[in-house]
Ligand binder design. Structure first.
Ligand code: SF4
Ligand code: SF4
Ligand code: SF4
Length: 584
């Protein structure tokens, strides 16, 4: 067995001239199997403590500053412990230790999410394409296929199988980091912070592993500056066709849906739409798929009632998706063990039997852990549900809004709960006077969280009222996005090197993450356009890359149609989903 630590041979029994050896185990340090031009560094596959001295040096120079978001610790059965002032908890921990511990836990969750996503992908791709499938993210245009992995682990992954060693390392480190957060382990806030750095480092390796694996095996664009354009927006969906909605970050079920449609001559007859990073990646797989939008578009799209079946995989999926799907009578298929949604596991059942149960309403959803079977069930279910959905009214009528406005108690609980302080009560009052314009005007700043609904004492579906009032706008939301191109080519990097040093290109600006704050999407788009006009290189990924697309100039063009996708002055470069951040 060869792993990142070297070669290990186990022999049950060995007869030789020297005698009989039983349970012989031979370990040979690290195997250097390839030629490196540069000398190997001292910290390949570093453990938590390998880089600790360096971390502590940084942390002593740049001291952490804490603004506790909670004064209590409730992480063990001794608690709750009050940690305000100089107080210590029953275990002896103080506030600095607790704050840094919480940050470590948050970073472990983030790292675990990407590493487990990478593991899911690599396992699936190895099963489908084999361990020897080559890693190729840009052919001769990208010499360093995995810069972060090379830097941290000191290996050059050549095949999907090579990525397993790296994943094994990441999973081991993650377990150790989590163990450190247990009560009565680490005490020093600086050591917690050092572990936070370690979590961030392995997180980035996980991101890279996930993206280079899917680029290599699923035929995504390989460092293509002119990757194709895809449709994005709530208005791009043809609701006259059966509509499948995929939500999450792990693309295999969505890719299998595309394959199933093609194999069965159904492609073009069924809409494959997506929210969040799965949407990015399914357009990298097939640019005819459509992106609805970022995470904050979930509720408004589900409530619009256009989806016939909803497929969820992992990450950034609303916890109430099943409840919301039931309101529009759309079956839900969960496809990941990290997000089972309380659904019965139907993985071993025949596809047609599952379809029957979903279409008849006997079951509202199913957990199907086989992506190909989930795809077959999704397509067959969508075909049968669509005719029924087309007769079903999902959003409230104007009369429902007026009725709701009439019963409003004017308590303003909705506004107090709203993260954006939106004047919902006033808008309802205008609706009662006969105008929905005020409600519709809330749409731009509404992030679709539905906190207003949870707060409303008479349970008015306020978010649905806003979406209904802005329905005409929704249908006009049609934009173009350049699909995620993946890595940057070596020649592009070489070309901009000296112009950046000489100041001809002012810099590189990255837009990453979700813009789910008031007018966040519009502001991200405006900033990206302004930087591109000023000759910056603009790079983007995930929901931010979607937000940039959802903007039009006077001629009706989206930024990706106006600015080139090249990594150069004035380019707007969509690298892909969140795991594609590794290329940035
Ligand atoms: S971990 Fe420590 S501070 Fe937290 S609840 Fe337990 S005893 Fe109290
Ligand atoms: S759904 Fe919109 S209006 Fe309601 S609380 Fe959230 S942001 Fe405010
Ligand atoms: S919380 Fe409900 S009842 Fe109160 S003002 Fe808002 S809409 Fe009216």
């Amino acid at each position: 067995m060869v792993d990142e630590k070297g070669l290990r041979i186990k022999i049950g029994e060995l007869r030789s001239d020297l005698g009989l050896f039983k349970d012989l185990e031979v370990s040979i340090g690290r195997v250097i199997s390839e030629e490196w031009l540069e000398e190997a560094g001292p910290t390949q596959f570093p453990s938590i403590t390998d880089l600790r001295d360096w971390d502590l040096k940084l942390l002593q120079r740049y001291k952490p500053f804490y603004m506790p978001f909670c004064d209590l610790c409730c992480l063990c059965t001794f608690g709750k412990c009050d940690l305000t002032g100089d107080k210590r908890g029953a275990c002896g921990l103080n506030m600095a230790g607790q704050q840094s511990r919480i940050v470590l836990l948050a970073c472990c969750i983030g790292a675990a999410t990407h590493i487990s996503h990478a593991r899911h992908l690599v396992d699936y791709l190895i099963e489908k394409f084999g361990r020897d499938h080559p890693i190729d993210v840009g052919g001769l245009n990208v010499e360093v296929e995995a810069p972060i992995t090379r830097l941290v682990c000191g290996i050059k992954p050549k095949t999907l199988g090579d990525l397993e060693d790296v994943l094994g390392y990441l999973e081991r480190e993650l377990t150790r980091l989590l163990a450190a957060a247990h009560t009565g382990q680490e005490e020093s806030n600086l050591d917690f912070e050092s572990k936070v750095f370690h979590a961030g480092m392995i997180d980035h390796v996980g991101l890279e592993i996930a993206d280079i694996a899917q680029i290599s095996a699923l035929g995504f664009p390989k460092a293509e500056p002119e990757a194709p354009l895809a449709d994005i927006g709530l208005g791009v969906v043809d609701s006259a066709k059966p509509v499948i909605l995929v939500i999450g970050h792990n693309v295999p079920p969505a890719a299998e849906i595309v394959d199933y449609l093609m194999k069965n001559g159904l492609y073009g007859g069924v809409e494959v739409t997506g929210l969040c990073c799965t949407a990015h990646d399914v357009t990298r797989y097939n640019p005819k798929a459509k992106i609805i939008g970022p995470i904050s578009w979930q509720l408004r799209f589900i409530r619009s009632g256009v989806a016939d079946v909803i497929i969820v995989d992992e990450q950034c999926i609303r916890a109430d998706t099943l409840i919301e799907a039931q309101k529009i009578k759309a079956p839900v298929i969960a496809t990941s063990d990290v997000n089972c949604m309380g659904l019965p596991n139907r993985t071993r059942d025949e596809a047609d039997r599952i379809v029957e149960d979903l279409v008849s309403g006997k079951q509202q959803g199913a957990l199907i852990l086989d992506p190909a079977k989930a795809a077959e069930v999704a397509v067959k279910t969508a075909l049968l549900v669509a005719p029924r959905r087309m007769k079903f009214k999902a959003l409230p009528d104007v009369s429902d809004i007026i009725e709701g406005a009439r019963s409003c108690r004017k308590c303003d609980d909705c506004r107090r709960a709203c993260p954006n302080d939106l004047p919902i009560r006033e808008a309802l009052a205008k609706a009662l006077e006969g105008s929905l314009d005020a409600l519709a005007s809330l749409y731009d700043e509404c992030v679709g969280c539905a906190r207003c609904e949870s707060a409303c004492p008479i349970n008015l579906p306020l978010h649905s009222f806003i979406v209904r009032a802005a329905e005409r706008r929704l249908k006009e939301e049609k934009y173009k996005i350049r699909v995620g191109r993946g890595a940057i080519q070596d020649v592009e990097i070489r070309n901009v090197g000296s112009p950046i040093v000489l100041g001809e290109i002012p810099g590189v600006v990255a837009f990453v993450g979700c813009a789910n704050y008031p007018k966040g999407g519009a502001e991200v788009a405006e900033m990206a356009i302004e930087f591109a006009r000023r000759r910056y290189i603009v790079v983007a990924s995930g929901c931010a890359a979607m937000s940039i697309a959802m903007h039009k100039d006077e001629e009706g063009k989206s930024p990706y149609e106006i600015f080139p996708g090249v990594f150069d002055a004035g380019g707007i470069v969509n690298v892909g989903s969140c795991v594609a951040n590794a290329h940035i």
